[in-house]
Write a protein that binds this ligand. Structure first.
Ligand SMILES: [Fe+2]
Length: 159
């Protein structure tokens, strides 16, 4: 992919609304071939993660979640964003805070297919999981750029 396409789509955004951000992401019309040369391999995390483009207002990240891998539950601080599945099927798990500080319990699970995107609200706690044999690639865009993301410990009950 020519990264100038990212600059054209996201470079002019200033405090974008969630609709503007989604529109910019979808306007890219990416296919797996477009991102093939940029795919990050996992290192410290269960998934590969590479920032492809950043301004003071947006951060665009390419994610590679291999087969049967899962992230820890986390939030995105005060940022919101869209995560767009380029290839594969992602399981998105939303968590809610448990009574004990730092612990969360699973509240909702959804499947997101290639070509679809899902919205992550400010403060929302979620994990991404790949329950399939094929890798998942997603392009995520956040505003403002991520800071103060936090990880949580999953627990099986609310108390
Ligand atoms: Fe996330």
């Amino acid at each position: 992919m020519n990264l100038q396409r990212l600059e054209q789509a996201f470079g002019s955004l200033v405090f974008p609304s969630h609709a503007e951000l989604r529109q910019a992401l979808v306007s890219l019309s990416l296919c797996p071939e477009d991102i093939a040369s940029h795919i990050p391999q996992p290192e410290q995390l269960p998934y590969g993660r590479k920032i492809l483009y950043q301004t003071p207002h947006v951060e665009v990240v390419l994610i590679h979640l291999p087969s049967m891998q899962e992230s820890v539950p986390h939030n995105h601080g005060d940022s919101f964003g869209w995560e767009w599945i380029i290839s594969g099927t992602l399981t998105n798990v939303v968590y809610l805070p448990a009574d004990r500080e730092g612990e969360v319990f699973r509240a909702q699970t959804t499947h997101v297919s290639a070509g679809d995107c899902y919205y992550v609200a400010p403060g929302e706690i979620h994990a991404i999981r790949n329950n399939t044999d094929a890798p998942v690639y997603s392009l995520n865009v956040y505003t403002p750029p991520l800071q103060n993301s936090r990880q949580y410990h999953p627990t099986t009950s609310a108390t």
